[in-house]
Design a binder for this molecule. Structure first.
Ligand code: HEC
Length: 109
């Protein structure tokens, strides 16, 4: 019985520590994201969502769900989602950049 209690206590401590570590890593910084998203806004931040070159539409990402933005950018980064322009954009972003940028765009209305 004592052994079970000891194991349980150890597991509990590990779980608590994991929560602390995960939450400190996951703290996305929308203000930092705003600066990192300067290039993105050249295409994604324009009225009527046409690129400067009038030939193609660009999806609206302002106000988009934060998780969706993270998943999309990670998919471009590893090549699961194919689009040469966006793959080139996402390739240079770190996990932290992606989290910050997603927090910024998700915070917009
Ligand atoms: C040269 C123009 C251009 C730039 C710069 C650009 N994007 Fe994009 N972005 C696009 C286009 C075009 C698509 C649509 C691609 C597709 O069909 O998959 C897209 C798609 C996306 C999507 C998926 C949207 C959806 O609805 O699924 C996200 C998220 C995104 N871009 C984020 C960013 C971020 C963050 C940056 C800056 C690091 C950025 N983009 C820079 C043109 C651009």
């Amino acid at each position: 019985m004592k052994k079970i209690l000891k194991t349980f206590t150890t597991l509990l401590i590990v779980a608590i520590l994991q929560t602390i570590v995960v939450s400190s890593v996951a703290a996305a910084d929308a203000e930092a994201g705003k600066i990192k998203a300067t290039t993105c806004s050249g295409c994604h931040g324009i009225s009527s969502y046409f690129n400067v070159y009038p030939s193609y539409r660009v999806p609206k990402i302002a106000g988009q769900n934060e998780k969706y933005l993270i998943l999309s950018l990670e998919a471009y980064k590893v090549g699961d989602r194919k689009h040469s322009t966006m793959q080139a954009q996402a390739e240079s972003l770190s996990k932290e950049d992606i989290a910050d940028i997603a927090a910024w765009f998700a915070s917009l209305k």
